[in-house]
Design a protein around this ligand. Structure first.
Ligand SMILES: Nc1ncnc2c1ncn2[C@@H]1O[C@H](COP(=O)(O)OP(=O)(O)OP(=O)(O)O)[C@@H](O)[C@H]1O
Length: 321
């Protein structure tokens, strides 16, 4: 069963093209990571698939039903953890869950059971009587997740749920995503943390300027990585024209320049070291060092996108260590 299928989605805000012909498919049971920097279009995408933002073009199917026609039937299957925390500060943890549960028509014994489960799941049982205004940022985020789980959704959408929280809460949230997936819940997880996507997602899509640049299961992506070798060449001075020359060599898949260092991704069936050294020398650059890198998700991201993402979600052009 396909949990989400999106075909050629287009969303404009005035002149800004926020989603540019975006297509993707999420299979039931996957933890699907939508990975991209601030402004890439992640929240817009979520708002579109929830029917909260009208789309300009494209089709959306959730559990193989068209969103347009079946929104009211599909909604009870979906849980949403929004980027902004949506809780009532002047109610206790338990009262908040009780209120959100009642919105899903839960009441009595079933509501109590679901609240107990959700509190246990995010490890907030001991905080049940605390007012939300007195919780730490991490505890609020965990409560936000608990509220989204009360009605036992089959498809959970989480929009950057670990931004700005302590390490312990982050670990707890990542572990709970993995646990939920094991219990059969499909998860769409947006993030700008590459290492989170690497750690918990079974499939990942790289999104930039509203387009999917690369997408696949982790195995497929890692398979791609193993088809390439990454060579790092430290230069005495940088030259953008050299990057263009190297990109033209047969067998070079990508080349980016970062802090006077060339990062070249090469088809692993090719040995291009001689050609690389010659090209660099002809360009008048001096080679300070050459090293070979074992690829990781972060390195793949940099090689494909030409940048990495910092803690705050901003694009950073320096290479990773
Ligand atoms: N309501 C809106 N009106 C106009 N422009 C918008 C609106 N919402 C988002 N945008 C713009 O659309 C683009 C995509 O924004 P979006 O919030 O979807 O990105 P994002 O990947 O979720 O980033 P972030 O992590 O910063 O939330 C950005 O350029 C943003 O400024």
């Amino acid at each position: 069963m396909i949990a989400l299928e999106v075909k050629n989605l287009v969303k404009r805000y005035g002149n800004l093209l926020a989603l540019d012909n975006l297509s993707l498919k999420i299979k039931e049971g996957e933890v699907f990571g939508l990975l991209g920097p601030n402004g890439a279009g992640k929240t817009t995408f979520i708002n579109c698939i929830l029917g909260l933002t009208p789309v300009d073009r494209g089709e959306i199917y959730i559990f193989e039903k068209p969103l347009k026609k079946a929104l009211h039937k599909i909604k009870p299957e979906i849980g949403v953890v929004t980027q902004e925390i949506s809780l009532y500060n002047n109610l206790t943890v338990y009262e908040n869950l009780s209120f959100f549960g009642s919105l899903y028509n839960l009441s009595g014994k079933l509501l109590k059971e679901r609240i107990d489960f959700a509190l246990e799941f995010v490890q907030l049982k001991d905080a049940a009587r605390k007012y939300v205004k007195n919780l730490s940022g991490g505890m609020k985020r965990r409560l936000n997740i608990a509220a989204a789980l009360l009605h036992s959704p089959k498809f959970l959408i989480m929009d950057e749920p670990t931004v700005g929280i302590d390490i312990q809460s982050r670990k707890l949230i990542l572990d709970s995503v993995t646990k939920l997936a094991r219990s059969g819940v499909t998860i769409l997880y947006t993030t700008h943390y590459i290492e989170e996507a690497d750690k918990i997602c079974t499939s990942v899509a790289f999104i930039n300027k509203g387009s999917i640049i690369e997408c696949g299961t982790k195995e497929e992506l890692l398979g791609k990585l193993s088809e390439t070798n990454i060579v790092k060449i430290k230069l005495s001075k940088s030259s953008e024209s050299l990057v263009d020359k190297i990109k033209k060599l047969e067998g070079v898949e990508s080349c980016v320049l970062s802090n006077d260092e060339l990062i070249v991704s090469i088809d692993k069936t090719k040995n291009l070291i001689k050609e690389l050294v010659e090209t660099v020398s002809h360009d008048g650059c001096e080679i300070l060092s050459i090293s070979f890198e074992k690829p990781t998700m972060e390195k793949l991201y940099f090689a494909i996108m030409g940048y990495s993402i910092d803690e705050k979600g901003e694009i950073k052009y320096e290479s990773f260590n």
